[in-house]
Design a protein around this ligand. Sequence first.
Ligand code: ATP
Length: 460
Amino acid sequence: MSVTLETMVQLAKKRGFVFPSSEIYGGFSAIYDYGSLGVELASNIKNFWWKTMVQMREDIVGLDSSIFMHPRVWEASGHVSGFSDPLAECKKCHTRSRVDHLLEDIGVSADEKMSEQEIQNLFNDHIAQINCTKCGSSDFSQAHKFNLLVKANLGNFTNDWTKEPAYLRGETCQGIYINFKNVLDSTHIKIPFGIAQIGKAFRNEITARQFIFRTREFEQMEMQYFTRPEDEMVLYEVLREARFQYYIDLGIDPKNLQWHKHDRLVFYAKQAYDIEYNFPFGFKELEGIHARGDYDLSQHMKFSGQDLTYFDEEKKEHYTPHIIESSVGVGRTLLAVLCDAYYEEEVRGETRVVLKLKPMLAPFKIAVLPLSKKLELTSVAREIASLLRPYWMIDYDETQSIGKRYRRQDEIGTPYCVTIDFESLNDKCITIRDRDTMQQDRIHKDELVSYFKEKLSMCH
Ligand code: ATP
């Protein structure tokens, strides 16, 4: 079902998925913190991505490169000169906006690959229809490109460090490219092969809207796949298919997913598609899948002076590998997963909110709930929780009425609740309630672990 962004923001805060950062200081724009349930959900998403990308494949290996890299990396990659978005400032209230987004809002397609002049012309052509998102004025400054790299003084102890800054990485994949040779030399892997990485990236995003969809600090899950030049496009199609299937396996309804083909490509790119998700604010990019040719390794060869070609032992020839990439944000995935799992249902005249998360994603797999706070019940319930904890994330809750506790667990997506009642003291049986069907099973305590092992097997 469709959910508004406001509802999602409220639920995320109320239940401890996502908090606005630095709230006690009035907040810090486009930065968010993940609460106790948010870290679990994010970690389950990252684990599933890693399992799909690395564990289940013999041709992809992992990497964890540093956030800081030699500043030349960002010159070679083109970020210092060209990693920018078009910006215009409202002359009345001084709100800065991304010009391509202002144009998009009135149905005019524009993107960051356009030249400054092209964007400016398009902006000028439509200025009469464009209003500031904050004050409504249509009196804007000229559009100009704004560089998104975040600068730092790491290792530079002068006062004018901004002239020779280090950068917080704007994307994780540069760490993969510069380690290409290390990975090749330290493993027995052969082309075609991929390197996967999960890590933080930083961008000075101009507009801070849409909750965790666009933040200035975020985590990316990226996989760069190195191919023979002639295999690039065939393997690109294979990757595209696998990536779409990944979101279905994550539990996302396929009707909320769609492809977006980029008509305008950067000069070196062979093909670029996005997988878009139907967010509360419309279909927007969730993941980019790009065929990048030999641009990345060629640039790093040029700037580092090192040979990053690959020697094909069978064909006895050297070539520069071509790269296909899959790149997605953890926060964007988390938002898509939450929106997709959100349901409001009528139960006996009342509305229950339920997150129908796949059990593998649910922060808690099981909640243990004694029917009353009496010690004879809570001591058994705590024993049951300890029995289950080595296997799964367990929530133990003895506060409020059982109805309210069920509602809380539904709202955070816990697939199973087990309740311990006075009868349990005699027959050693426990009631298990299924989140989705709300049906109940009564199981002997000794069978609990095997019952859940079966239910949660492969953790789907
Ligand atoms: P957009 O056009 O939305 O700014 P992009 O095309 O610049 O995104 P990429 O550089 O291709 O994005 O980044 C790959 C992925 O990383 C995106 O698909 C998205 O999931 C994630 N991502 C990029 N920027 C952000 C951000 N500011 N906040 C959260 N996630 C992001």
